[in-house]
Each structure stands twice: as C-alpha cells, then as structure tokens.
Design a binder for this molecule. Structure first.
Ligand code: SF4
Ligand code: SF4
Length: 126
C-alpha cells in the first residue's frame, strides 16, 4: 500500500513504502555531506552516551567551517557512518539530523526532480 507524503511547493510526492526494499540509497553511494548543528551534535552524543568531544572525534569531520557525519567505504559505496547494512537502516534514527529527516524534500531537488528520481525510488510526480 502506498504511503504518500506531499509537501507544499514541491513538484513531487514521496512514497515512504519504497524504503523497505531500497537498501538505503540516500544513506549510501556517492560521497556527500550530512551537516549537523551544535544542537544535533548534542542530541546524537546523548543518544550514544558520549561526550560531545568524543562524539566529534569518532563521528564527525570538518568540511569548511561546518561539521559533517563521517563516511565509511563499503565495497565502492560511501556509506554514512551510521548506516547499518545488517538491519538496512539508520542506527541513530531517533536522533538523526534534520537534513536526514527532511529528505527527499530538499530545496536543491525542487528543480532537479530527475536527479532525485535517480537516487530515490520513492519519488512520484505530484
Ligand atoms: S532513497 Fe528514498 S526510498 Fe530509499 S531509503 Fe532513502 S528515502 Fe527511502
Ligand atoms: S544519519 Fe542515519 S538517516 Fe542520516 S544519512 Fe546517516 S544513516 Fe542515513
């Protein structure tokens, strides 16, 4: 059954039922950035029972003046450090950053629906 999500201003809808069979394409594949704010760092560190400094050391890297989640190279895929291939999902789901929560409704994709469709099989023309 389709579980369609619409968002005002976006020329597409998202079928969340596609995630089950997708294999986390938005969390793996090409190298990218998942930026985190200080509040999100705090929330993730708390979720994992770490101090902010330990969390930064283990899981973040500086990209310019921002922090992004580290990646791990698996076969030829740059997986997010928190992507769990065994369970096919995010290991910090409840504390995942806003950038992840907002996907696939990113401003970048408003005018790049074809590019988004290549990445996410849940995209449907609105
Ligand atoms: S790429 Fe799309 S369908 Fe696949 S897990 Fe991410 S949001 Fe779900
Ligand atoms: S934090 Fe979770 S949802 Fe976000 S990219 Fe990493 S594995 Fe995916």
């Amino acid at each position: 059954m389709q579980d369609l999500v619409h968002k005002e201003g976006y020329p597409y809808a998202f079928d969340a039922s596609a995630c089950a069979a997708c294999g986390g394409r938005c969390c793996t594949g090409e190298s990218g950035n998942i930026f985190v704010t200080y509040q999100e760092i705090r929330a993730l560190a708390l979720f994992l029972g770490l101090s902010d400094d330990d969390f930064k050391e283990r899981y973040l890297e500086k990209r310019g003046y921002k922090y992004s989640l580290k990646e791990k190279l698996v076969d030829e895929s740059y997986d997010c450090i928190f992507y769990d291939r065994t369970h096919n999902g995010c290991s910090v789901y409840k504390a995942r950053p806003l950038q992840c929560r907002a996907f696939p409704f990113w401003d970048h994709y408003k005018t790049r629906v074809d590019e988004l469709k290549q990445e996410c099989p849940g995209i449907i023309d609105a």
